[in-house]
Design a protein around this ligand. Sequence first.
Ligand code: NAD
Length: 499
Amino acid sequence: MTDPTRITHWIGGKSWDGEAERVGDVYDPATGAVSGRVDLAAPAEVDAAVAAARGAFAEWRNASLTKRTQVLFAFREILSARKEEVAAAITAEHGKVLSDAVGEVTRGLEVVEFACGIPHLLKGGFSEGVSTNVDVYSIRQPLGVTAIISPFNFPAMVPMWFFPVAIAAGNTVVLKPSEKDPSAALLMAQMWADAGLPDGVFNVVHGDKAAVDRLLEHPDVRAVSFVGSTPIARYVYETGTKHGKRVQALGGAKNHMVVLPDADLDLVADAAVNAGFGSAGERCMAISAVVAVEPVADELIAKVKERIATLRTGDGRRGCDMGPLVTRAHRDKVASYLDAGVADGAELIVDGRAVEADGDPAGFWLGPTLFDKVEPQMSIYTDEIFGPVLCVMRVDSYDAALQVVNNNPYGNGTAIFTNDGGAARRYQNEVEVGMVGVNVPIPVPMAYYSFGGWKNSLFGDTHAHGTEGVHFFTRGKVVTSRWLDPSHGGINLGFPTQT
Ligand code: NAD
């Protein structure tokens, strides 16, 4: 067995050469082995990263749009060419299968491509002659140092929801990735350097609560983009705003797929399996509850069960369909819900604990799990499980299905499956969820739209990327201008009005 690799911070364009007071273990979830030891930042290291970002701001904000977009395009080319390398690092620390990891990087690249169009996105308005010889125009300017705090489940894509736009708009960044899978962030830091980004514009500090708390209170951090579980998102939002920062905090989810009786159940079963078990259910847009409007449940469950039997769970490097969970503790927590569901009276149709994984026995395995007859008060429904556990709920009508979805405190994503255009249109209008799929199980918006949920799935006013992202990372200014000539003379203490 090889010694664990040291994983450290990236500050001011290079690896940190200090000695960490605390370190954390990073696992290969498919073997259970400790593959890395990540330095966990103390406040002093966070301060060093923020100082580097602050030092780089003046030059970067004043770099021309042409220069900034050249760097963005170069980063895009490098990341695109080295996609597989980033994907391999994700699979090695997160466990998701390689093809899924490549998909993650590709979705992140979309935001980079969106940010390459920043000159157009930053265009302001201009009104000539609002008063005699007076013009008004609007501009958007960067904020300064921005912090990004990201979760384990998308170590490349989620940071890329934010940093391409932040950097393109002229800000500097301190990224604190999840300490569970920290390496993808460092690969991207090196790529920024190779793309010609000036030192200090993009920094990475690794760490846990101590690092997050320092970022939230640091007087030089202007904005915080957070993604993670709902309790921490709420905490980050409340703490960050208390310290005067602009905060967008995306939280947890419980996503429902409503199936109407007219839907094609083969296509629905495919979609439910893909969206329920892809990335072992560790996606914030995973489907975790199928709300079947009777009489479809029996037939649908049979079809889902058939498909589950064909899935191969195993090491993500071996061409399997589904990988392990991220840590042993998370695997055990998810597995504990299987007992809880049975104790609460749900019917366990497929038990993922019985899986024979194609991988090291010490890996963090749990196979696809299917529950039927799940009721709203059961913990397998009330809690965000974040694992390969799909719950089927049976209801009698569209209205009852809508009520289930709208009564849920989360509002990240949802999908309706039907061939009835009127019903789909009604659902998109009535459902209290931020991202809706019509016959699309994981409706993650393209980069030029904005990503974000409602209710307990997002704290703050602004969603990620798209025009909302550009607004988050800039602030507006309006200039009223005239070039004086003799006609402007004279004393008048009245409030200015147009003439
Ligand atoms: P998490 O909340 O445990 O961690 C997220 C980040 O917060 C990490 O960087 C972590 O180091 C930090 N953190 C952890 N505990 C903290 C504390 N006490 N104080 C301050 N910071 C702390 O989430 P996770 O387990 O890494 O990721 C899974 C969660 O993220 C799920 O709930 C999932 O739904 C959510 N998620 C949401 C979205 C979305 O778009 N809404 C996207 C991806 C993931």
